[in-house]
Design a protein around this ligand. Structure first.
Ligand SMILES: Cc1ncc(COP(=O)(O)O)c(C=O)c1O
Length: 282
């Protein structure tokens, strides 16, 4: 837990430092990944590494490690606390450059930071309660498909949710519901599971993909299509998905109950199928 992988070395967290002129710090000129670990095993590592590669390509940073090097770093860190549920945090910045210039200097050596944090799985009581979520105008940039560390708009949105008395937000852009502040959105409308299509307005979530695969396998009809505000308000179930929170039921939207205000039967089935998938992975 206290060990950090920093540019090829494993160091104590208190000794893991990057220069103040690191471009990740100055400009959020960096990308990141968050990967869950269950029973000491890294879950869906290949999918996360593929997304990492896609993001590095999108922001023109060379991948500093090979796939097998990444996997061995993940394994080493995951095995520090084999009994707890953890997530691996990976951040790659464009690197350190002494002159503060917006122009990306070429080529510089990326800084690579990897560490683990404990994740607290949702307790049955928390699941039964579900989340209260508020809809909010999406003020993020136009490339939400890139996992950028510039998360200021997400942070401010969560701050607004907290002031309103909600746990999370659903971003609305041009009248269309997109995703949560750190999660993808799925709804159940007349028995159909619906999630927004992967485009530049949402992050292509690994958990979302796994849920769609489980839907396919278990003959649950689903569609990747736009969710308008009416759909959102008429949905019998709303879920948010992410690697650390898995599938979370939303039971209140803008202070109104979703369906009967309790986690629904589609969520219960999918949650169970997801737990089975997790257990099969280790
Ligand atoms: C904006 C956003 N959407 C969706 C997700 C869910 O992605 P994943 O399931 O890969 O964790 C995240 C995760 O951090 C996110 O930040």
């Amino acid at each position: 837990m206290s060990l950090v992988y920093l540019n090829g070395d494993y160091v104590e967290r208190s000794c893991a430092t990057v220069p103040v002129t690191d471009r990740g710090l100055l400009f959020a000129d960096s990308t990141y990944e968050v990967i869950p670990v269950y029973g000491g095993e890294v879950f869906s590592a290949k999918q996360h590494l593929q997304r990492l590669q896609r993001n590095l390509d999108a922001i023109h940073i060379p991948n500093p490690l090979t796939e097998s090097e990444w996997l061995s770093v993940f394994k080493h860190l995951a095995q520090q606390e084999p009994d707890s549920e953890q997530s691996i945090y990976v951040q790659i910045t464009r690197g350190d450059y002494p002159q503060r210039t917006h122009q990306p200097p070429q080529p510089i050596k990326p800084n690579v930071i990897v560490f683990t944090t404990e994740i607290n799985p949702m307790s049955p009581a928390m699941a039964e309660q579900g989340l209260h979520v508020m809809t909010l105008a999406d003020k993020r940039w136009h490339r939400c498909d890139i996992k950028s560390t510039n998360l200021l708009a997400n942070i401010l949105a969560l701050d607004e949710a907290k002031k309103y008395g909600a746990d999370d937000v659903i971003f609305i852009r041009d009248g269309i519901a997109k995703e949560g502040a750190s999660s993808n959105l799925l709804i159940v409308l007349q028995g159909l599971l619906i999630t927004p299509p992967n485009d530049e307005t949402v992050l292509p979530g690994i958990t979302r993909d796994l849920v769609l695969k489980l839907a396919e396998k278990n003959d649950q009809p689903y569609a990747e299509k736009n969710i308008c505000l009416d759909d959102l308000h008429q949905a019998s179930e709303i879920w948010l998905t992410s690697s650390t929170r898995e599938i979370v039921p939303v039971t209140r939207l803008d202070s109104q109950p979703v369906g009967d205000g309790k986690p629904g039967p589609y969520w219960r089935r999918m949650h169970q199928q997801y737990q089975t998938l997790k257990q099969g992975s280790h």
